[in-house]
Design a protein around this ligand. Structure first.
Ligand code: AMP
Length: 299
């Protein structure tokens, strides 16, 4: 069973109260793929420039991530930089240099078109539709988006929502998309688009999922120290989609488990800068934190 991940591949410069890192490997597709590869086979579709380091490509390959859909174009790789305030909930983007990502037009390799699980990272809704048109009949498609697309490409975004099974967004985006400041109402409104599962991430306050009629909540793992929150959302999506692909299911119980695996993976990634912690995780560490989650909410 395999998961197709489409999104950005980036070099991130990040500053938090705990330090600064320059040009780290990042991007939505990278965080998602490095989380999901602990659960299932992953195929990554994205674009990099001819300045992208070979050791980064090698690092992804070593984790069995299929890079046949990673194009190299003349020019520079997408770069993003952010700085976090003391409480880590606030972040300012210092710059976004799209570079080769600006002309990204995902071509899905022939053998990836039959992938049964698909994650559409934060790219333009037009490109997300383009990816869906190239796919066979996936079992489950989840998507991400951001405030920019909610404002500037609303109609196309609504079309994507009508064609996917799940949307994974943060609470501010859910409110912006739905027009409701109540998170439950926001999720219900978004379901009206045709997307039956809505996951609303609330940062350190956990995640709220509606799936058909059912609601589920999962806390965020209580961490004493967060070094770098970058990529937590995409890592969550990787754990969530990875578990669905591994479990070969999309029933309500498996979706609940997937939310907890998403939360587990997100809790690991923020403990170190960039993708560092995702690279040294073992199955036993993931399982142990999953079991701790169960104990945390048992009463
Ligand atoms: P998150 O912390 O979940 O918002 O994800 C941060 C990751 O998203 C970083 O690795 C960035 O490289 C990537 N990113 C930031 N802005 C964009 C954008 N406009 N399009 C695609 N990816 C982006």
């Amino acid at each position: 069973m395999s998961l197709l991940v489409v999104g950005s591949v980036a070099l991130d410069t990040v500053q938090t109260p705990f330090g600064k890192r320059d040009e780290m490997l990042g991007g939505s597709a990278v965080y998602c793929a490095l989380a999901a590869c602990h659960f299932t086979d992953v195929k990554l579709v994205g674009v990099v420039g001819d300045d992208f380091h070979n050791d980064a490509t090698e690092l992804l390959r070593q984790r069995n991530i299929d890079l046949s859909g990673l194009e190299t174009r003349p020019g520079k790789t997408f770069r993003w930089s952010g700085v976090y305030a003391d409480d880590m909930n606030d972040r300012d983007t210092l710059y976004t240099a799209l570079n080769v990502f600006e002309a990204f037009n995902p071509t899905i390799p022939e053998d990836a078109r039959t992938a049964e699980y698909v994650f559409l990272g934060n790219i333009s809704p037009k490109l997300q539709l383009n990816v869906l048109e190239q796919m066979g009949k996936p079992v489950f498609v989840a998507m991400d988006t951001m405030n920019f697309w909610i404002d500037s490409a609303r109609d196309e975004l609504l079309e994507v929502l009508s064609k996917v099974n799940a949307v994974i967004i943060n609470d501010a985006e859910a409110k912006q998309l739905s027009g409701s400041t109540n998170v439950v109402q926001a999720a219900r409104n978004i379901q009206q688009t045709g997307c039956s599962t809505v996951l609303i991430k609330k940062g350190e306050h956990g995640c709220f999922q509606v799936c058909g009629e059912e609601c589920f909540i999962a806390p965020a793992y209580p961490l004493e120290k967060v070094l770098d929150p970058t990529g937590a959302g995409d890592t969550f999506a990787g754990g969530f989609m990875g578990h669905l692909a591994r479990a070969r299911g999309t029933d309500s119980r498996t979706l609940r488990e997937a939310v907890v695996y998403g939360s587990v993976m997100a809790s690991f990634v923020v403990e170190q800068f960039g993708v560092d912690n995702l690279l040294q995780l073992t199955e036993a560490m993931i399982r142990q934190r999953y079991d701790e989650f169960r104990r945390l909410v048992s009463f």
